[in-house]
Design a protein around this ligand. Structure first.
Ligand SMILES: Cc1cc2nc3c(=O)[nH]c(=O)nc-3n(C[C@H](O)[C@H](O)[C@H](O)COP(=O)(O)OP(=O)(O)OC[C@H]3O[C@@H](n4cnc5c(N)ncnc54)[C@H](O)[C@@H]3O)c2cc1C
Ligand SMILES: Cc1cc2nc3c(=O)[nH]c(=O)nc-3n(C[C@H](O)[C@H](O)[C@H](O)COP(=O)(O)O)c2cc1C
Length: 507
């Protein structure tokens, strides 16, 4: 609960009167006292009572919102505790302690170092299947999917670079992906790479539908494999109704100013008032797109990619089939969830048949449309996950939203992780969490609590390709491999990080 206004003339509200949070985090007294301290401060520093009340409300409202968000997480945990009953007692305990997402891995270390280290040892043993001699941060434990072995749990999330020429990756892409592979992440996933020219989001999107695309991608894969111990995954997609749009830093999702190409979708529903109305796909269109996915997957296999990810999120073609907001078909591909999943599942089956059996396939989904019952809900996302899991999908990359302009997302640290948590713990599928995960502490907490198996970081990797190596130095962990030419830089970084007066590192 939160009042719209916290003061009236010379009356001001404090404590439980202006705002409350659910009691499962038990912070009402703290909140009330901190509010009282802040108010007292502003009454002395601000020129008028009205100004003091204004500053007080502005500052405390944010704190209250943070606590309410934590309380929501905590309440959700208790209300669905059966979701976690299968966890080992160590992980169950950790999950309980970190349920609000306000208490993190390092907070727990400060409170009980010995217990946290024993929990890390447990995690290590689960990851390696060997009795460990030392603990290490969970983010640096290995992970296996089919025959793919990842050295750690950090994934460079797919990020469109809008720098391709006629679908072909350029030197930009070589440098971009090479740098991120050198930076320590266990897995680098490419940007959404399109299965046909019309399937591109923008004229700058990469493709995998022409021989020169395969050649360029092969060069990138070979560099990553030869020079680093990172693995590289290919994200394949088709833009559907969100195709033929401007570059990311121009008008995102808006049609091109000239040279638009026709777009297709499950139903003739435009993304926005300005967008093209997609042509409703016929069965023949579906066959064509399915074959294009197969063609691209075959090229990706030849190029040597270690993992394939199908982009079924964010309102692009396969996602547009899944959500009822853009799928109004009355045939076998619309209506029930099973029908709406039919085409994405067909694509998956066709691609799985040509993708090497020893290599995994991931699917990225939007676990909510952020519009309530009218669209995909987190509950329905569990059903989606079950269907994909039963079909043999190895890992779900759990994103959210971007399926409608009407979405009202609730942002915050790790804001999409609860969807991954729910899917992983209700279906037993391996998941990747993504969305505003930016500190090593976030990653360690998510992994240790069993909320995901891998963590995808997007924007942090734009700001710092070496995010993982820097995180290792910050945590004093020496097990990560640095490129040999950079060893002198590593040594200096660790020396500086170990000094007690070292400023916090940019991770
Ligand atoms: C069962 C329970 C367990 C809790 N556990 C915790 C916990 O573990 N940790 C934590 O931090 N918080 C906890 N809380 C929350 C915490 O108690 C409240 O958030 C906190 O007391 C709010 O302080 P307050 O001063 O705003 O309101 P209150 O403490 O409710 O004070 C309001 C006072 O105003 C008086 N009053 C009401 N009307 C009038 C009137 N007309 N005239 C004169 N006086 C009036 C009331 O009698 C009361 O004494 C718990 C709350 C409950 C109910
Ligand atoms: C520049 C940019 C480009 C992106 N392109 C893609 C993409 O091609 N495919 C995809 O699935 N997600 C894409 N995303 C979404 C990210 O993978 C990620 O889900 C999102 O940014 C949230 O993670 P973050 O908070 O770590 O940035 C993109 C994000 C950014 C910032």
């Amino acid at each position: 609960m939160q009042c719209e206004r916290w003061s009236h003339e010379n009356i001001v509200l404090m404590g439980d009167a202006p705002a409350t949070a659910h009691f499962s985090v038990g912070s009402g007294t703290k909140l009330a006292l901190e509010s009282a301290i802040a108010l007292a401060g502003y009454v002395h520093t601000e020129p008028t009572l009205a100004a003091a009340f204004h500053r007080y409300e502005e500052e405390r409202r944010t704190e209250v919102l943070r606590l309410q968000s934590a309380a929501r997480n905590s309440t959700e945990w208790f209300e669905h505790v059966e979701r976690y009953l299968h966890l080992d007692p160590v992980q169950f305990n950790y999950s309980l302690l970190t349920r609000s997402q306000r208490i993190s891995h390092e907070n727990l270390r400060a409170r009980d170092k010995a217990w946290l280290e024993s929990a890390e040892m447990w995690f290590e043993e689960q990851a390696t299947r060997e009795k460990p001699r030392h603990s290490r941060p969970p983010m640096f434990t290995p992970f296996r999917l089919r025959d793919l072995r990842l050295k750690n749990r950090i994934v460079v999330s797919p990020m469109d670079q809008y720098r391709a020429i006629d679908g072909a990756p350029t030197d930009w892409h070589l440098v971009h992906y090479a740098e991120r592979a050198k930076g320590g992440a266990g897995l680098v996933i490419t940007e959404m790479t399109c299965v046909s020219p019309e399937g591109r989001i923008s004229p700058g999107c990469t493709g995998l539908y022409a021989p020169e695309h395969e050649t360029a991608w092969t060069r990138i894969v070979e560099f990553v494999h030869a020079e680093t111990d990172a693995k590289i995954g290919m994200q394949l997609g088709h833009s559907g109704p969100k195709g033929s749009t401007q570059l990311g830093w121009e008008k995102m999702d808006a049609p091109l100013t000239a040279g638009n190409w026709p777009v297709i979708g499950p139903s003739p529903i435009a993304w926005s008032a300005q967008s093209q109305v997609p042509r409703e796909m016929t069965r023949a269109d579906m066959d064509t797109v399915r074959d294009q996915f197969v063609g691209s997957a075959t090229m990706a296999a030849r190029a040597g990619f270690d993992l394939l990810e199908l982009h079924c999120a964010h309102g692009y073609l396969l996602s547009a089939f899944i959500t009822p907001l853009t799928n109004r078909r009355t045939d076998a591909y619309g209506g029930t969830l099973l029908n709406r999943m039919r085409f994405p599942l067909e694509i998956y089956q066709a691609v799985r048949a040509v993708w090497p059996a020893e290599k995994p396939i991931s699917m990225r989904i939007s676990a909510t449309d952020w519009v309530g019952e009218e669209g995909i809900t987190p509950e329905e996302a569990v059903e989606i996950a079950r269907l994909l899991g039963d079909a043999g999908v190895d890992v779900l990359n759990v994103s959210a939203g971007q399926t409608t302009m009407r979405a009202r997302p609730v942002y915050g640290r790790m804001f999409q992780t609860p969807f991954s948590d729910r899917i992983r713990n209700e279906t037993g599928m391996a998941t990747m969490a993504v969305g505003n995960i930016y500190e090593p502490d976030h990653v360690n907490s998510i992994l240790m609590a069993g909320r995901a198996d891998l963590c995808c970081l997007a924007r942090p990797h734009l700001a710092d390709p070496y995010w993982t190596l820097h995180a290792a130095a910050q945590l004093g962990y020496r097990g990560e491999t640095w490129p040999k030419p950079y060893l002198a830089g590593r040594d200096q970084l660790y020396r500086l990080a170990s000094r007690s007066d070292a400023p916090p590192m940019n991770v």
